[in-house]
Design a protein around this ligand. Sequence first.
Ligand code: SAH
Ligand code: SF4
Length: 365
Amino acid sequence: MDITTVLKKEKLNKEDIVFLLGRTAQDELDQLYSAAYAVKKEWVGNVDYYRGLLEFSNRCIKNCCYCGIRRGNTEVERFDTPKEDIVAMARWCYEQQYGSVTLQSGERQDPAFIDYIEELLREIKKIGGGALGITLCVGEQTKETYRRWYDAGAHRYLLRIESSNPKLYATLHPQDGHHRWEVRKACLDSLAEIGYQVGTGVMIGLPGQTLEDLAEDVLFYQKQNIAMIGMGPYVAHHNTPLGKKVCEDGLDTPKARAERLRSSVNMVAVTRLFLKDVNIAATTAMQTLHPFGREMALKAGANILMPLVTLPQFRTQYQLYDNKPCLEDGKEECRNCLSSRVASVGDTVGWGQWGDSPHYFNNLK
Ligand code: SAH
Ligand code: SF4
């Protein structure tokens, strides 16, 4: 196979996707990324949108083997952000013309949490007369809960499938009946049925993950008719079962981390080439592995940035993985830093716009 021929194809098949994901030579990567950037420009424009990221609580009932705020990590001090503070941060995002906010936390399914989110959504919706778009990212819930939150004003939901391969998924989660791939998939179906713009994604560079798995992930996005993609490299956390194993097995070397970053950027590029009109995030995890990781993603087709708005005193307690960047920065610094990153790749910022994925609307036609 030859990359120039594959990139000229009208429609990529699984074999092409595997081929493109596996490119490592710099001249081939340059070709791949510039083809993906051209598709971005044509289908969604070279305008990047901001979602102010509010990590409002690290309490979690789950025990995912890779995650630093898993229930079993007793090193973490648990926190909740008072509702007034969250609303104030959302108002700040509105004043900064961020267009929309993402509310993220560990998973809880108790009635108090469900009510809390519902009230919070109604409060945030009042800002600017409903001006802010709201994305929720708070895990697996019942369809009824998803519907209540939709009715209260959330219109997008992010729930990563983590891997479209149920067998690989099983190696990343305790086998206790509470971490089931089928349940996660059913949640994605419910969200779509209710009318949310649905986002999903995977971690890249997981132990045991193959290029074939990653190609299936891209096909999964298409099959599920996904509008938004948030994916990034797996990054080890020292006090998790997976993080410890990866370190013991010598899989967390600088070389291995560079490979995970490259695979992640390749995934962004291939997803853009294959799905064209979706929103794709340049995630913070990319920057964890390289100071310019997010710019690399923007240049390879990503169009969404999620500046941290989380209160500085809580940032260190919301570490899903080690070496999370921007722990010391305030929200103003995150705003300015990201704007200069956008300008550096030749894009502009879609200030004050929701920046919904054109895919969602093309789909309704
Ligand atoms: N509790 C919610 C939202 C917070 S976790 C949920 O799980 O959906 C958000 C995402 O962080 C997860 O979906 C996972 O893909 C990512 N994440 C967790 N630990 C990570 C790690 N060690 N490296 C990279 N990404 C990680
Ligand atoms: Fe909890 Fe989400 Fe982390 Fe899993 S990935 S432990 S659900 S915060």
